[in-house]
Design a protein around this ligand. Structure first.
Ligand code: PHE
Length: 465
């Protein structure tokens, strides 16, 4: 015990000597990738749809246990092997199962970024409309539905977002973008606090605050857990290879436990603020209409304009809000696309240019299908879902559980929990080591298998969640 403490103190000293900005830079980079549309657009609509407070509670429990264990594992594996997912799995074995584990982690971001760019396009469209002063027409019922049903327009805005992302990758100005985003992040927090207070104090909004914060077991369903887990992966950028790559960039002075905690707190705070902006507004402006609560991906685009239209300086608020959301979306999309590009470079041996072009082709192909899925392609139904919803479901509810399971198996069966813990201990004491081992050995695999099977059973119509 004493020995451990001494070691901790010595490390503490050593740490304070090493560059602080390096560590902070790492936390900011991970937070920049983590905070995106997942927090502002996806979290509130899922919370509204899958039970409010009970969804929030499930999310928090999963994040603090399972999510925590996975972030620590992925980061430590990245740092241990100094490789991104395909290479990291490959470092432990050459069998098919290792290749599969690496590739499933690497392919997920490639499938997310196209539909992510479609939502990014919607954000640009709204920013553009606020700049034109269309504040009240944006708040009209049916505005959003009409917009996405107009396939041509949705496609155009999607392409614009996609081109912005690719331009950054081509231009190699990624660092510049990240620097901008670090200034924008605090602004986003301030604006979100302001808007959420405004939203919560509207007449009738209190019901919404209650719905979002107070768990009601009546609203619980299996889908609450499935959705909360998918969202946890998505929002924290887990189970998609990203953290392996980030981990591979850090030195041994980064305290993995502490930075994980900081990222979780920050990411969740933003998601909760977004929930407090949007869900009370559903009650204040749409009378808690069950249809609006179930609106899904369109929720933010329906309720936020109503909030802005009802307040003074609504146009200004709209411009700032959508600009900040756009920046958060861009940093995340860039980090997703970048991970695809580096996989092509490292694994297929393509040049940077060729890899970026290939990523661009994937974005345009799948993204266009998702963008047009509400318009000219609205007759296409994949497992009963629109194309965009299908990609979201495929990645979050099916592929990410498999990717997370691969990481669990790699850690518990191949690398060994002890070796992983040693990696974490290189920089600090591993305070929650016992809990970590328990989560990795028992909790995580059980959760994942249950979720995976319920998602599949749901799709096949065996159970209804
Ligand atoms: N976590 C991001 C969000 O919440 C999405 C993302 C995932 C970004 C993976 C980058 C990498 O929007």
């Amino acid at each position: 015990m004493k020995k451990g403490e001494n070691k901790g103190a010595a490390l503490q000293k050593e740490k304070s000597r090493s560059s602080f900005s390096g560590k902070l830079g790492y936390v900011l980079a991970v937070a920049g990738s983590a905070v995106g549309l997942g927090n502002i657009w996806r979290f509130p609509y899922l919370a509204a749809k899958y039970g409010g407070g009970i969804f929030l509670l499930t999310y928090l429990v999963l994040m603090l246990t399972f999510g925590y264990a996975l972030i620590v594992s992925e980061t430590a594996l990245g740092r241990m092997t100094r490789r991104s997912p395909v290479g990291a799995f490959g470092a432990f074995g050459k069998r098919f199962s290792f290749r599969f584990g690496g590739w499933i982690n690497a392919v997920i971001p490639m499938l997310i970024v196209p539909y992510y760019s479609v939502i990014g396009g919607w954000v640009i469209k709204y920013l553009f409309e606020y700049l034109r002063g269309s504040t009240s027409s944006l708040a009209g019922d049916g505005y959003f539905t009409d917009f996405i049903a107009n396939g041509f327009e949705a496609e155009l805005w999607f392409l614009l977002f996609g081109i912005l992302v690719l331009a950054v990758l081509f231009g190699g100005v990624k660092q510049g973008v990240e620097r901008v985003s670090k200034v924008m992040m605090p602004l986003l927090v301030v604006l979100a606090i302001f808007v959420s207070i405004y939203s919560m104090t509207r007449p009738g909004a209190f019901e919404g605050v209650k719905y979002f914060l107070v768990p009601d077991f009546e609203h619980f369903s299996w889908m609450t857990v499935v959705a909360a887990m998918g969202q946890m992966f998505y929002s924290l950028s887990i189970a998609m290879g990203i953290l392996y790559t980030y981990g591979s960039y850090i030195k041994e002075d980064v305290d993995i436990e502490k930075s994980t905690k900081q990222v979780e707190v920050f990411d969740t705070a933003i998601a909760m603020l977004a929930g407090l902006m949007i869900i009370p507004a559903v009650f204040a402006f749409s009378g808690g209409d069950p249809d609006t609560l179930q609106a899904g991906p369109s929720l933010m685009f329906i309720t936020i304009p109503k909030v802005f239209a009802s307040m003074g300086f609504g146009t200004g608020a709209g411009i700032i809000f959508f600009l900040l959301v756009l920046l958060a979306a861009l940093t995340s999309a860039i980090s997703l696309a970048e991970s695809g590009v580096s996989t092509f470079e490292d694994q297929l041996g393509f040049s940077r240019r060729k890899s970026t072009l290939l990523m661009g082709a994937v974005i345009i192909l799948f993204g266009s299908a998702s963008a047009l899925g509400f318009g000219v392609l609205d007759f296409v139904s994949l497992l009963g879902m629109s194309i965009l919803d299908f990609f979201d479901f495929l990645t979050n509810s099916l592929m990410m559980p498999v990717a997370a399971l691969s990481t669990c198996i790699l850690v518990t069966r191949v690398v060994g929990l002890d070796k992983l813990a040693k990696e974490v201990e290189k920089s600090s004491e591993f305070k929650r080591k016992k809990m970590y081992c328990f989560f990795m050995k028992y909790l995580a695999p059980v959760c994942i298998v249950v979720i995976l099977f319920s998602s599949i059973a749901n799709v096949l119509g065996w159970i209804s969640m």
